[in-house]
Design a binder for this molecule. Sequence first.
Ligand code: CAA
Length: 379
Amino acid sequence: MNFEYTEEHLAVRDAAREFAQTELLPGVIERDTEGKFPAEQVKKMGDLGFMGMMVDPKYNGGGMDAVSYVLAMEEISKIDASASVCMSVNNSLVCWGLEKYGSEAQKEKYLPRLATGEIIGAFCLSEPEAGSDATSQRTTADLHGDHYLLNGTKNWITNGSSASVYLVIAQTDASKGHKGISAFIVEKNSEGFVIGKKEDKLGIRGSDTHSLMFTDVKVPVENRIGEEGFGFNFAMENLNGGRIGIAAQALGIASGAYELALAYSKERKAFGKPISQHQAIQFKLADMATQIEAARLLVLKAAWLKDQGEDYAFASAMAKLYASEVAMNVTIEAVQVHGGYGYVKEYHVERLMRDAKITQIYEGTSEIQKIVISRSIIR
Ligand code: CAA
């Protein structure tokens, strides 16, 4: 067993930390207040190789391992979780799925631009009536010769308006249940594809979350990913990796809030000494640090298993379940350590607390992670 990072891991982590401090921190409060997508910053993340970190260099990717990816995700999420969810979806739900299951023609057409952030992608599974119960897809794709006609509505789509390429899950044969679900690549400018309103959210307010409407959208057969009927398994496999990304995001939100609370506790004085010298605060810091370390180990273990080519569905569900709960606990405590200052925007921790909540909801709620974990234990 080896708990040491390689030099490459440390270099990636330091580059992400530097980028987050210099490019994401300025303006993060304003973007949150205005609900503004960090378009310029995401472009720069692409230039630095953060949008296609694990993609093979032959498709312009970074060729890095999943451990490097989670280290970068943690650093970027410490500062701006709206930017990091865009990064997570592009890396793990779009690039990974395309590279693993796409045809050579699909990879050549889309991956090089996705991996460099020249364009970004979205993953469209959720619907108004199919969230946790993802097999209840109402969106249909009917075959008409050399193309499908796509009809339906998708909800809560991250990168909803900023993406150029959408991986859309749809029902191709309702009689076959989840075996009748397929996956398609849909381009933004397709006729009949309408981007609905932007959601006004509690947290990750800079992330552009939209509903999407498809009315007789023509999708060429060559844009289907894998065989007909493979779409649900495709979505599940994608989400196993996606959940590692979101677990790393949750870890970053927690560690960002903890670092702020620790620094503040050393500066703020009460009853004649820094509040870090009061046991009430020391115990909070000790609990926060312990939970973060445990979450980090689960996240790294899931990423490491992925890098070893081992099954990581169980580990990614555990990492996401635990890290998202830690993100919630730690951010609430970080606000408490800051007292009244924690309740105002200037000190960042209230934003991190709002951002933390989504990590218990998207890419499978905590309850869904418990289903995945318990099925694995019991089978
Ligand atoms: N990994 C691999 N395969 C999986 C899997 C996993 N984690 N979970 C299920 N499957 C496979 C099963 O093996 C089965 O395949 P076969 O028939 O080939 O054997 C198939 O999927 C159906 O599985 P179940 O019978 O278990 O289906 P179910 O309906 O009982 O439950 C579920 C499945 C686990 C609850 C699933 O619906 C689920 O994960 N729901 C949550 C959906 C989700 O995470 N949505 C997030 C939206 S995306 C998002 O948030 C992105 C964003 O923008 C940030």
